[in-house]
Design a protein around this ligand. Structure first.
Ligand code: GLV
Ligand code: GLV
Length: 330
């Protein structure tokens, strides 16, 4: 593509993203923007991609084989997120379409949120807020709202990628004993951060807090289910800032109800969004925030710039700077 001619490529952008990225795309392309606050349906996406060379999508968009097939002219898919479980990568690769994502720029924001959730559930912060707001704070209580120590506790990190590692760095500051489980051993990080590799079974059995940082795929879908929840300690707490379906929601509710574990703090859920009347929200030992781990001004701006870079590179036939299926280039 030559952006200096008026033969601009058409791109479909499935939601308004920060202007730093959108503006760059507008300069180079004809942008068709889905302007609503809620996502387009699969039918909407199919209709739009049929006439577009580029697609900029979100984790709420089902970019499956049907969508990819409908995008006959598609030359690039740029996802405004690091996780790409909503994209059928095999279908994209088969068509030779590179898929971009936004690694690195949301790592620290996401790790901050995972740690905030860990602290919130450990020290029962949402329950305390609720108590104050509803007039329950009548006096200083010797045994009211007792929580768990974070300092010196054992943290089990499931998935030692960028985000898991960033969580470990934070945990070091709290003198935590840190276990990790990952498909690969990471000897340099073990050394640098004092991490101890453990089987999933040992990690679950020994951790006071278990924090999930793996991608969602066939191996990790319902990794945390009845069986694995029962391996955790009754005093342990689960943090999920990865993807909702890594945890079996029904099993988690039984675990919270019957005391297999002490609490859970979730940035992501299954289903997502979680309806306000969902029974999971009735548990006082569960904290849920609406998938906002990367929601800082700077992280979202950098995600927008990176998604724009990927999109424009793809349209120009250049390798995407951040590509999840580089095999399209071989
Ligand atoms: C957010 O969940 C992301 O994958 O970027
Ligand atoms: C995501 O950025 C990860 O690798 O953890």
């Amino acid at each position: 593509m030559n952006t200096s001619t008026n033969a601009k490529a058409s791109v479909y952008v499935t939601r308004r993203i920060p202007e730093v990225g959108l503006g760059e795309i507008r300069e180079a392309c004809n942008v068709r923007l889905w302007g609503n606050e809620t996502p387009p349906s699969k039918e909407d996406i199919i209709r739009e991609v049929a006439s577009c060379e580029g697609l900029l999508c979100l984790l709420t968009d089902p970019i499956d084989a049907d969508v990819i097939e409908a995008g006959e002219r598609l030359r690039v898919i740029s996802q405004y997120a690091v996780g790409v479980d909503n994209v059928d990568l095999a279908a994209a690769t088969e068509r030779g379409i590179p898929v971009g994502h936004t690694p690195g720029v949301l790592t620290e924001a996401t790790a901050d949120m995972a740690f905030a959730l860990l602290m919130a559930i450990a020290r029962r912060i949402p329950e305390g807020i609720e108590k104050v707001k509803t007039g329950g704070w009548r006096t200083w209580e010797p045994m009211g709202l007792l929580g768990a120590n974070v300092w010196g506790a054992t943290l089990g990190i499931v998935g030692l990628g960028r985000i898991g590692t960033a969580v470990a760095r934070r945990a070091q500051g709290f003198a935590m004993h840190i276990l990790y489980h990952d498909p690969q051993r990471h000897p340099a990080l073990e050394e640098e951060l004092g991490l101890v590799y453990a089987s999933l079974e040992d990690l679950l059995a020994q951790s006071d807090f278990v924090s999930l940082h793996c991608p969602l795929n066939e191996e990790t879908q319902h990794l945390i289910d009845e069986d694995t929840l029962r391996q955790m300690q009754p005093t342990a707490m689960l943090v999920n800032a990865a993807r909702g379906p890594v945890v079996d929601t029904d099993a988690l509710m039984r675990a919270l109800r019957d005391g297999w574990i002490a609490g859970a703090a979730l940035d992501v859920t299954d289903p997502e969004p979680l309806p306000a009347e969902h029974p999971l929200l009735k548990f006082s030992n569960c904290v849920v925030v609406p998938h906002v781990a990367s929601a800082t001004v700077s992280a979202r701006n950098r995600m927008a710039t990176m998604a724009a870079e990927n999109l424009l590179a793809g349209l120009q036939g250049e390798p995407l700077p951040y590509c999840v299926n580089p095999e399209v280039y071989t």
